[in-house]
Design a protein around this ligand. Structure first.
Ligand code: NAP
Length: 289
């Protein structure tokens, strides 16, 4: 039987509607909307597109979203000075620095400079640490948070389920595994050195593919009745956007599957908006006497 499609577009719309309501309540209570600053260094075409849509969509839900586009030659000192300014600005609740940065800028130095309370992409060591320790109150990376929402919307039982995450990046794989663990799944993390990836994937009740390799995961790697979340965004030989999973073959075995495009992608920005609202609420709650 063909899998049910986990429709990221529709679920992202639902998240945006929830955020719009929350933003209106926040603005009415505090006299200002939540503020999100998106920082872009350079003119990488994909990054320009991503940051513009983050600015546009945040404004559509009532967040004051602003894109700070800096020239490719911006020095680390200049970038750190801007981050310090945004950290100190009370009207700014969220700061997102678009990755990848140009090579002359050290990613960790820049990410570490963002105030953890404003780190809406959850990449500061404080937030990554809270997630790893299973402690509440931190901010987690937007893409895995979006994947968790997809799983929740599908009603997938995670407690006791075998979950396999393919990929161990700080942006997707690792935080995804931590979020699944927090929901009591039994989690394996696979990566480029993993032996017999196929056998490991075949055990997964929940399979999250985040390797960035077109159609790495074949249909016969999927356990019957599994839930498949495909984070990968790759171009095939014809230039078409494809995931890490062979969708047509996998959908014959899975119970739920995300399409590419229209699965995880739309959830990432929706989760960023949600994180900005949460960060704003947490900051004002902390400022209350
Ligand atoms: P990344 O930093 O390149 O990490 C890729 C991970 O996959 C690494 O841990 C790597 O292992 C592992 N890997 C690579 N080839 C593998 C193989 N053949 N078998 C098993 N593991 C393999 O990428 P990322 O930032 O996590 O992104 C992953 C994918 O998700 C990309 O396609 C990206 O475009 C997409 N993405 C989509 C969204 C969205 O909103 N939809 C957001 C973020 C990323 P090693 O650690 O051993 O090198």
């Amino acid at each position: 039987m063909a899998a049910k499609i986990l429709d990221g577009k529709a679920i992202a719309q639902k998240v945006r509607d929830e955020v719009r309501e929350g933003v209106a309540r926040f603005a009415a209570a505090h006299g200002r909307p939540p503020g999100l600053e998106v920082v872009l260094v350079g003119e990488d075409p994909a990054s320009v597109t991503h940051t513009r849509s983050k600015e546009r969509v945040s404004n559509e839900v009532g967040i004051r979203g602003r894109l700070r586009a800096l020239p490719a030659g911006t020095t680390e000192a200049e970038l750190l000075a801007l981050i310090a300014e945004l950290n100190a600005d009370d009207a700014v609740d969220g700061i997102l620095v678009q990755l990848p940065l140009p090579e002359h800028l050290r990613e960790h130095a820049v990410l570490d400079a963002i105030a953890p309370a404003k780190d809406v992409d959850g990449l500061h060591p404080v937030n990554a640490g809270l997630l790893a320790l299973g402690r509440p109150g931190g901010l987690a990376p937007c893409t895995p948070v979006g994947c968790m929402r997809l799983l929740a919307e599908a009603g997938v039982e995670l407690a006791g389920a075998r979950a396999v995450v393919v990929g161990r990046s700080h942006l997707v794989g690792r935080p995804m595994a931590q979020l699944l663990l927090a929901q009591h799944a039994t989690v394996a993390i696979a990566h480029s050195r993993t032996r017999d990836l196929r056998a490991i994937c075949r055990e997964a009740d929940v399979l999250v593919a985040a390797a960035g390799k077109a159609k790495l995961i074949g249909g016969d790697w999927i356990k019957e009745g599994a839930t498949v979340i495909d984070v990968g965004m790759n171009r095939d030989d014809a230039g078409k956007l494809v995931g890490d999973v062979d969708f047509e073959a996998a959908r014959e075995r899975a119970a739920w599957i995300t399409p590419v495009p229209g699965g995880v992608g739309p959830m990432t920005i929706a989760s960023l908006l949600e994180a900005t609202l949460r960060a704003a609420e947490a900051r004002v709650a902390k400022q209350r006497p």
